[in-house]
Every structure is written in C-alpha cells, then in structure tokens.
Design a protein around this ligand. Structure first.
Ligand SMILES: [Zn+2]
Length: 385
C-alpha cells in the first residue's frame, strides 16, 4: 500500500474530536471502582504468579525440545506447547510490560517488556509499533501498521484490492505465521535501520537501547539456532524453529485480529482535506475495537486480557487481570453515552467474523466502507437522557 506522507512522533499528525465527556466520565467511574474496592491497578499478585508459571513452562519445554526429545513424535507435541507458551509470554507478560501496566516500577515493566526479545521480536520496535502507533491510530488506514500487511491481504475498505484477494480468507492464516519469521529476521532490522514504521518515523535506538536491541537478537538467535545446532543437524533445527515460531505467530496474530479486524469494527478515515478524525479519541478506540469471550475465565487467563481489548485500549496502563472487573463499567458507560460496545460471545464467534470480514474485503464487489448498521454513536457523545 503506498502512503504519500511521512509523519513523526511525538507530534501527532492526526487529531481527534474534542468532546471528551465520555472519556472523562468513564475515567471517573473506573477510578471510583479502584478506590472503593481497594484493588490495585498494577503490581497484582495474580500477575506475578502467572508470569512464573508461563516462564517455567516456556523454559521446561525449550529444554525438553532441544536436549531431551529424541524422536519426531516426542518433539512435535513439545514444540506445540513451546509455541503456545511463546504466544502466552507475548499476551500476558511483554504486552503489559510494554504498556507500563505490569508494575509501578519502571524497571519491572522494562524487564517484563524484554521478554519480547526472548521470543524473537524487538521490544524496542514493538514499543513504537504497538504502544505508540497502533494504540493511537487504531484501524486508521495508512497510519496503523497492524492493518497493513502490504499486498498480501486487504484488511480495510480503504486499501487497494487485487484479484487474488478473493481467496485471502483461506491463504492468510498460514501467512500470519510466516510473517512472524520475517518480523524476527528482517522487519525489526529494517525498521531500526530506516528509522521508520510504515509512514511513521521513529527514533533510531541509541546506546543502551541499541545494546538492548542487539543483545535481544543475539539471545534469541542463540536460543533458536546456536544451542540447538550443538546437538541437532541444521535441517532439524530450521524445521522446528519454523514450526514453533509459525504456531506462535498464527495464534498471536489471530488473537490480535479478532479485536480490530472483524465485521463489527469501524475503519474511520480522516475527514476530507484534513488530518482530523471526527470521533473523540476514546469513542474512536471503542468503535474500532471488539471484545470476545468476556465470560470465559480460562480464555481471560490464557490470552492476557486480549479478549478485553476495548478495556485495554481505553485503559492501557491498567494491568490486564483487572479487565473483567471493569468491563461492566465500560459497557454501562458506553450505553449511557450511546457508544456502540461490540463483543462476540466466544472465540469461535470472533473467528467466524474475522473470516467473513476477510471474505468481504477480498470480494469482487468490495469497496464500500463498513455498514452503518453497526454505528449507533450519538452525534455529540453527550450523556443519554
Ligand atoms: Zn496494547
């Protein structure tokens, strides 16, 4: 997708509507909840326990795969668990760390964020790509890098359609996995060398940041190739690297896609001849995001609260273990202000919606923006009477 302009952070190219009544009231209700319940927003014991469990599973299955499994039928299930634990680290540990929502201590957040380097991707690039660009410009075509997978797929109504996109609802799934290999071995280096993510300039890492970037890559490449090559032939190492990382990649990409790349999400564009988005920032976050499986405790635990992405986008500095508790407050506030609160009852329902969205975007007749039947936002976002 070609983008004609480049913009820099921290100065934002796009602005949002100025009516912040919804956001203010929402913040007041959620602050009230934390004050009256005595629960803490960060440094939650459940989070430290979860981190220990996931890192223990990851380490144990890595050692089993590299040094113990002797036959393919042993290695395969071990690689599956290892891949899932890598996704688990991304969902549960690094994501909160990168948003500074893990702890009130900067060094703990940094340490948690650096688990991203451990599983292959640079935490430095992720900070800019996800925390800054994606969270600010969610679902805005040409700005949000998460919805730009170049010509491979058409994820929004504002992207160019190629005839082969008519099959994208089938071929994109394995590409989500392969894309992660490209991300580890190429995209991170390209972004740092060019100092740019899509159309957005990012600062190149300096001193400690650069050391962290390089050190993270060295650690990952040693774990993925260096150590395994001491005990296995090259083709086995490459095969199991690809299998494990692709599985982690497919699971991670799909979980993130269910939040923004489904039929119920909006894909707003700046108003004509301007750099302004009509909705206020908080309204934009809700309109472009969809929750799923809110009542499933198992999925909430495993997915690091990424089934509560509306809550995450509104309160990215609140630790994800608190999302189930505040989601009813968010839903009620949306109802009071006439902002659509989109959700799927289950992971499967979200998955089907993602499939249908890909099919719609790739269809020959594609081109129209999302249906307005999903948009029930009151014109001025004031409290409903
Ligand atoms: Zn996030």
């Amino acid at each position: 997708m070609s983008v004609s302009h480049i913009h820099d952070f921290p100065q934002n190219r796009l602005t949002f509507g100025r009516n912040n009544a919804f956001h203010k009231e929402l913040r007041r209700r959620v602050d009230d909840y934390f004050r009256s319940s005595g629960r803490s927003q960060r440094d939650c014991p459940a989070m430290y326990l979860k981190t220990a469990i996931i890192l223990a599973v990851f380490s144990a299955f890595y050692l089993l795969l590299v040094f113990v499994a002797g036959a393919w039928w042993q290695a395969l299930p071990v690689a599956v668990v290892l891949g899932l634990s890598m996704a688990g680290i991304g969902f549960n540990i690094e994501h909160d760390g990168s948003h500074n929502s893990y702890s009130n201590h900067a060094w703990i957040n940094r340490l948690a964020a650096m688990t991203m380097d451990l599983i292959g991707a640079s935490s430095y690039v992720w900070h800019w790509k996800h925390v800054v660009v994606h969270h600010t410009y969610v679902n805005i075509t040409g700005h949000d890098a998460d919805i730009d997978i170049s010509f491979f797929g058409r994820l929004t109504p504002h992207q160019k359609r190629f005839s082969f996109h008519r099959w994208q609802q089938f071929y994109l799934w394995p590409l989500y996995g392969l894309n992660v290999i490209k991300w580890h071995l190429y995209d991170d280096f390209r972004d740092v060398i060019l100092g740019r993510i899509g159309p957005t300039r990012i600062p190149r890492p300096k001193r400690w940041e650069l050391a962290g970037f390089a050190g993270g890559k060295v650690v990952f490449l040693t774990l993925a190739f260096g150590l395994p090559l001491l005990v296995h032939p090259l083709w086995i190492v490459l095969l199991f690297y690809a299998l494990t990382v692709c599985l982690a990649g497919v699971v991670t990409s799909v979980v993130f896609q269910l939040a923004h790349c489904v039929e119920e999400a909006e894909f707003p564009m700046p108003q004509e001849n301007s750099d302004s988005i009509e909705s206020a920032w908080a309204v934009h976050q809700v309109e472009t995001t969809v929750d799923f499986a809110r009542r499933s405790r198992v999925e909430s635990w495993l997915l690091g609260g990424l089934n509560f992405q509306i809550e995450h986008h509104l309160f990215p500095r609140v630790c994800h273990v608190n999302y189930p508790a505040i989601s009813n407050l968010v839903e009620q506030a949306c109802r009071d202000f006439g902002v659509r609160y989109g959700e799927h009852n289950s992971f499967r329902a979200g998955l089907s919606s993602h499939f249908r969205w890909l099919r719609r975007m790739g269809a020959r007749t594609a081109g129209s923006p999302p249906s307005s039947r999903m948009l029930v936002v009151a014109p001025d976002y004031g409290p409903a009477e």
